[in-house]
Design a protein around this ligand. Structure first.
Ligand SMILES: O=C(O)c1ccccc1NCC(=O)[C@H](O)[C@H](O)COP(=O)(O)O
Length: 263
């Protein structure tokens, strides 16, 4: 059993419990439920950096990363650094996040927000909308093809964009469908937790050009981005590299400045 299998077992119990306490109809009464969403895909097309900066307190691979900085401080820092969007981990047990983190980020910034979660049920998409997300993540490793189709179409019906994450060729071949906006390749091996940019490089040629390509995990230098761009990547999801520092927003600013072409 890998880490995703364990997370999904817990997630099913969590979602069932939440559904029994807060009915879906109540989520739809949130003032944020009908807000117009902001397109991350468009921001990535226009962005010179392509950085999607993540709020990440801890993780199964690294234990504690940052328990100090507030979500709103991190979100404001990322926005003023010029990030194209922000990813907010909302899983509590393994990542120390929450839906309140998403809500606080929404209240703090105008940039597109990705709800980074282990989504297995439409109920979590209603939550994403109710708490201010613009984009949701679907992980091919934990969903069947028909689940990816149903969840992505449901998300699109809520005007949420969909980032589909894959780890290998088999997942990619199963997942490609028109209801996705962005395809993310995760560089982290879920068994060993090792990261390798080769995963993004190898899978890039199998991703049709109509999807924005996003490389995820283990990106710790601007050199990595310079290496990935020729493979067609326009989005780069970075968590730990910023969050492990005292001021994640300032680290993101320095990183983005370093990427800018020099006159
Ligand atoms: O980060 C982990 O250890 C992890 C383990 C198991 C499933 C997912 C995991 N991370 C979620 C992510 O996708 C990353 O937080 C995201 O890509 C940013 O990665 P990084 O820049 O390496 O923090």
């Amino acid at each position: 059993m890998n880490i995703l299998d364990r997370i999904v077992i817990d997630k099913r119990k969590e979602v069932d419990l939440k559904k029994s306490i807060i009915p879906a109809s109540q989520l739809e009464t949130s003032v944020l439920f009908n807000r117009p969403t902001i397109s991350l895909a468009n921001r990535l097309r226009e962005s010179s950096s392509g950085i999607i900066a993540e709020h990440k307190r801890r993780s199964p691979s690294k234990a504690v990363i940052n328990q100090k900085n507030s979500v709103s401080e991190v979100a404001k820092g990322y926005e003023s650094a010029g990030a194209a969007g922000m990813s907010v981990l909302t899983d509590g047990k393994y990542f120390g996040g929450s839906l309140d983190d998403l809500l606080l980020a929404r209240a703090s910034v105008q940039m597109p927000l990705l709800r980074k979660e282990f989504i297995i049920d439409e109920y979590q998409l209603l939550e994403a909308k109710a708490y201010g997300a613009d984009v949701i993540l679907l992980i091919a490793a934990i969903l069947t093809k028909s689940e990816i189709k149903a969840l992505s179409e449901f998300a699109k019906g809520l005007n949420l964009e969909v980032l589909l994450e894959v780890h290998n060729e088999e997942e990619l071949r199963k997942a490609i469908m028109p209801s996705l906006d962005m395809l993310g390749v995760n560089n982290r091996n879920l068994k060993s937790f090792e990261v390798s940019l080769e995963t993004s490089k190898n899978l890039s040629k199998l991703i049709p050009n109509d999807f924005i390509k996003v490389s995820e995990s283990g990106i710790s230098s601007t050199q990595a981005i310079k290496e990935l761009r020729p493979y067609g990547y326009q989005g780069f999801l970075i968590g730990e590299n910023f969050m492990k520092t005292e001021h994640p927003g300032e680290s993101a600013l320095q990183f983005i400045n370093e990427l800018a072409p020099k006159p």
